[in-house]
Design a binder for this molecule. Structure first.
Ligand code: ATP
Length: 383
């Protein structure tokens, strides 16, 4: 096993498409790291550089301690699983899983004739590895089938099996679940987490789906326009987004964002988005010293509460606001409420015990400890 390090790595396509821009990222040995970001942000290019399928324009790329910029893909000891499983249609599952091993470890036909004892030993070891991988993935009963006789989820498992038997130093996965239906995606998500726990192999997983990133990654690296925005544990990224991009990209429903200004100062500083939407800053908040500064105020939907309910935070005059309930979406244990408040459209995640009805005017309160403030110019978090 090995970690992977990007040191100031850039990839420029043609004259001016800077797909990855000065990426510094340390993926630890044995870690499950997710690269996430919107389409075109450079995550696949970063992954393909690790695989050796793209050459870095600048910087150093290391697998373990070894600089691999000039090492051909086959000598990097990595295995890649793609969105499109690319199984050989004429081979059985067994043959698909063992193909790479047979090629690599058995190689030429003639030496097998001249050294049948050794060839038999290798074949037995390959068979054992295929059987072990099949057992781990629950596909032992499918080994004699061909890909066209499998479901999408089963095919994806075969592709994983093919990667596992190679016992690589690093697994690279590029949106491996996106061809699966929603239920199978959730199930396979869990299987991949378990697999990683059992094998302990460094895994770098690319997705544009922030929920997949949050649920699977031990750490997640969020990219935008080729630039790494933040890399940290999911809870940290969620609770302390480094900038406005991360704040709005991570979280569903997304964070409410309002244009606002810091008014007052010191112990009586407020963040004011409108007359109806202004809140005192928690004691010691650095924005309290920035009177007059233009900011964005961010409030996560679950930081808003219906004051008519028993809430984990106390209602005070300064943490409440009035809103008109526009639409209510029932989601089982909670409602997503669309509110019109102080000139803004807001989303609130409210417990299903709420008695509020659409078009009703009501009071809501906000957890002031969970306010997010971003510099309107730099878009960086102020905390
Ligand atoms: P997606 O989720 O859509 O796959 P991504 O985040 O993985 O997107 P990349 O595929 O890495 O993004 O692409 C990053 C940028 O580089 C995009 O602007 C893309 O158009 C460009 N790009 C990627 N491959 C090439 C190429 N071979 N030639 C020119 N430009 C490319």
């Amino acid at each position: 096993m090995a970690g992977v390090t990007f040191r100031n790595v850039s990839k420029v396509f043609g004259q001016n498409v800077r797909a990855v821009n000065q990426l510094d990222l340390d993926i630890r040995d044995g870690e499950f790291m997710v690269l996430v970001g919107p389409s075109g942000c450079g995550k696949t290019t970063a992954l393909r550089m690790i695989a050796g399928l793209e050459e870095a324009t600048d910087g150093d790329l290391l697998i373990g301690d070894r600089r691999v910029n000039d090492v051909p893909p086959k000598d990097r000891d990595i295995a890649m699983v793609f969105q499109n499983y690319a199984l050989y249609p004429h081979m059985t599952v067994y043959e698909n899983i063992s193909f790479g091993l047979r090629l690599r470890e058995l190689g030429g036909f003639f030496w097998q004739i001249t050294n049948p004892g050794e060839a038999k030993k290798i074949k037995t070891s390959i068979d054992q590895r295929v059987q072990d991988a099949a057992k781990m993935l629950g596909i032992q009963h499918l080994l004699q089938r061909r890909p066209k006789e499998l479901s999408g989820g089963q095919r994806q498992r075969v592709a994983l099996g093919r990667a596992i038997v190679r016992k690589p130093k690093v697994f690279l996965m590029d949106e491996p679940l996106s061809n699966l239906d929603a239920k199978l995606r959730i199930q396979t998500r869990g299987e991949l987490i378990r697999l990683h726990r059992d094998l302990g192999i460094t895994t770098i997983y690319v997705t544009h789906d922030q929920i997949e990133a949050m649920t699977m990654g031990q750490r997640i690296a969020i990219m935008s326009d080729g630039v790494l925005q933040q890399c940290d544990h999911p809870e940290k990224v969620y609770n302390e987004p480094a900038n406005l991009f991360v704040a709005t990209f991570i979280g569903a429903p997304p964070m409410n964002i309002m244009d606002a200004e810091i008014v007052g100062s010191g112990d009586t500083a407020w963040v004011k988005a409108s007359e109806g939407m202004k809140f005192p800053l928690p004691a010691g908040h650095p924005a309290a010293q920035m009177t007059g500064k233009k900011v964005h105020l961010g409030i996560r939907p679950e930081a808003i509460f219906d004051v008519g309910m028993n809430n984990p935070i106390a209602t005070t005059e300064s943490n409440t606001f009035e809103a008109n309930v526009d639409v209510i979406e029932p989601l089982g244990p909670e409602y997503t409420m669309y509110l019109k408040a102080g000139g803004y459209d807001l989303l609130a995640t409210i417990d299903h015990g709420s008695k509020l009805k659409p078009l009703e005017n009501a009071k809501f309160c906000v957890n002031l400890e969970a306010l997010h403030i971003f510099d309107a110019e730099t878009k960086l978090a102020i905390r």
